[in-house]
Design a protein. Structure first.
Length: 266
């Protein structure tokens, strides 16, 4: 479930970013950077160079007489190891937090999940309500985000048969297609593209900036591929006062409009 193809895509992307700096790193590590890295004025005037050298040093250490090819290979190996370890840990952590949160997780665009989190912080902890730490664990919130890590978060939740609450308003057309099962894995992106710009498709955003396929679309596609079913449920805190809930195929079917009915497995 580590999605090795996604990890390799990210390895290639990050290695390509670092590759253009490797020659300079070899040439100037000792002669320039080591002499100036503690000099605040030099760092301020050369912040991009300093940042690139710090990234490379954290990944592969000092050049140590290695060639550009050797350092490029070392960068790829370091990035791959870090992404693999982080993805594995994210999946394990998500399985744990899903259990602690009664198998309910939250999906949405970053701004919307932030609003959801603020709403949770304002809730009083009383009765049988889950503690704040358990509720906040329902969303992916990590300083080491990457595409593979996002996939691992979804994998962890799916492995625990969690219910996924979507707090971004997708609009009635997309929501209707999800609820009625019209969006299928093999044609998902073609259908989303046909609908034009949406919360799942940013037609004007180039691929090197993550477009046009939004991460939320990838998450929903993972759920469809895992045979999740989608239901509409009202929410006072979701944008547009609407929310979808995606349930594992083993989960109960909620009655329309009945928010008192459990939507997760015992």
């Amino acid at each position: 479930m580590l999605h090795p193809a996604k990890i390799e895509d990210e390895v290639r992307r990050l290695a390509a970013q670092a590759e253009s700096d490797i020659a300079t790193y070899i040439a100037e590590y000792d002669t320039t950077w080591q002499k100036n890295r503690e000099n605040y004025k030099w760092v301020a005037a050369n912040d991009e160079l300093n940042d690139s050298f710090e990234r490379l040093e954290n990944l592969v250490g000092p050049p140590g007489g290695r060639s550009e090819a050797a350092l490029k290979t070392a960068v790829e190996e370091a990035v791959r190891a870090d992404l693999t370890a982080t993805s594995s840990q994210t999946m394990a952590d998500t399985r744990t937090t899903a259990l602690n949160a009664k198998r309910k997780l939250v999906l949405g665009r970053t701004g919307d999940t932030h609003l959801w989190a603020e709403y949770q912080r304002d809730k009083p902890e009383k009765g049988d309500r889950l503690p704040l730490s358990a509720r906040m664990g329902r969303r992916l919130n990590t300083a080491k985000w990457s595409v593979p890590v996002n996939y691992a978060f979804m994998d962890g939740g799916i492995a625990e048969r969690a219910a996924f609450k979507i707090v971004t308003d997708l609009g009635p057309r997309i929501e209707g297609m999800l609820i009625t099962g019209q969006l299928r894995p093999d044609t998902f992106w073609q259908e989303i593209e046909k609908l034009g710009d949406s919360q799942l498709w940013a037609g004007t955003k180039p691929s090197d900036e993550g477009g046009p396929k939004a991460m939320l679309g990838h998450e929903i596609l993972q759920l469809i591929e895992s045979d999740y079913r989608f239901y509409g449920r009202k929410s006072t805190y979701a944008r547009g006062n609407a929310r979808l809930v995606a349930l594992h195929p083993d989960g109960p079917v909620p009655a329309a409009g009945d928010k008192t009915q459990p939507i997760t497995l015992p």
